[in-house]
Design a protein around this ligand. Structure first.
Ligand code: GRF
Length: 208
């Protein structure tokens, strides 16, 4: 069964592009119902429009300006997404942390991609932090993970997949980032396809 995805982005959208390409190439049994960005100038919005995917811009600032909090922002976003009836919400570079006002609407249905291994380097500077730890002699490798988002913790939750990526002595932030992103593009698609297949098998009773 073809799964319905909602993809949330904040920037470049190269992982969104990987999903779009995988669907077009028959490697991912899904359709993207909507792409949402909290940033108007996110290049990922252009990628979505080029692929004919509906987009929505959902900024936090108007909420702050009106004295509203994150719960209201999150609740409205959940309502916006619910209209598209997504099977999976994919956080592909989404830079906001969700409150339960969002997560309670989609239990076990929010998937996050993070450019570090479980328990290491949460937050927006994961690759920089890994490179700094490497230079301090603390680590020799970093990685990528895909995980479910069950609660408000940052970059934590049941791990669906990981890939380890060695750090090289001559790595710059740019070089390491490029290698990490290339791995992300593959791992995210494979993990989503695995989830979609698993749910489809459960529904048809296969594998019992
Ligand atoms: C990725 O590194 C992802 O792991 C992180 O944000 C980045 C998004 O990149 N959460 P892009 O917008 O998909 O190119």
């Amino acid at each position: 069964m073809t799964a319905t995805l909602a993809v949330l982005i904040s920037g470049n959208g190269s992982n969104l592009q990987a999903i779009i390409d995988a669907i077009a190439g028959g490697r991912l049994d899904a359709r993207i119902a909507v792409v949402v960005s909290n940033r108007k100038d996110a290049f990922g919005l252009i990628r979505a429009e080029r692929a004919g995917i509906p987009t929505r811009y959902h900024p936090l600032k108007p909420y702050r300006d009106q004295g509203k909090g994150r719960c209201e922002y999150d609740g409205d976003l959940a309502a916006l997404l619910a209209e598209f009836r997504p099977d999976w919400i994919v956080l592909a570079g989404w830079m906001h942390i969700f409150s339960n006002a969002f997560l309670d609407h989609f239990p076990h249905r929010v998937v996050n991609l993070h450019p570090a291994l479980p328990g290491q380097f949460p937050g927006a500077r994961a690759i920089e932090d890994a490179l700094a730890a490497f230079h301090r002699g603390e680590i020799r490798e970093t990685g990528v993970m895909v995980h479910l988002v069950p609660d408000e913790r940052v970059d934590e939750g049941p791990v669906l997949a990981t890939r380890t990526i060695p750090i090289r002595a001559d790595d710059t932030l740019e070089r390491l980032s490029t290698r990490i992103h290339a791995v992300e593009h593959v791992l995210l698609v494979e993990t989503l396809q695995g989830l979609i297949k698993k749910v489809s098998n459960e529904n048809t009773g296969e594998g019992d």
